[in-house]
Design a binder for this molecule. Structure first.
Ligand SMILES: [Zn+2]
Length: 117
């Protein structure tokens, strides 16, 4: 999939996203409590969640064309889980901190950075 990033178009279907959640009334950060999986990690302080996702098969990303579309899809999904007339709100307000492209070029660049090259 051709996605517009800050530095131009990338051809990718894999992305990594980092999100945080806030309690809707107190605005206190919400700690994640799920068990980490290979595609779904939480930071040591349990405040940040990093998830690897396939935007070509996950229907919440249908029609995305830019990194901002990806951010919007994630926030829309988590913050508007329930139909409006039910008045049920999500348990937390989710904010996307980062979206990383995991195309071959970007992964290679990240690998090189990790080795200090
Ligand atoms: Zn890329």
């Amino acid at each position: 999939m051709k996605i517009l990033w800050h530095d131009g178009y990338h051809n990718t279907k894999w992305i990594a996203t980092e999100t945080v959640g806030f309690h809707p009334d107190t605005l206190e950060p919400v700690k994640y409590t799920f068990k980490p999986t290979p595609t779904n990690r939480i930071s040591k302080d349990k405040l940040r969640r990093t998830e690897v996702q396939d935007i070509s098969t996950n229907s919440i990303f249908r029609g995305v064309k830019t990194i901002w579309d990806i951010e919007d899809c994630i926030e829309r999904f988590w913050n508007r889980l329930n139909p409006l007339p039910t008045a049920w709100r999500g348990a937390s307000i989710v904010k996307v901190l980062r979206v990383e492209c995991l195309c071959k070029k970007c992964v290679k660049r990240m690998d090189n950075k990790g080795r200090g090259e």
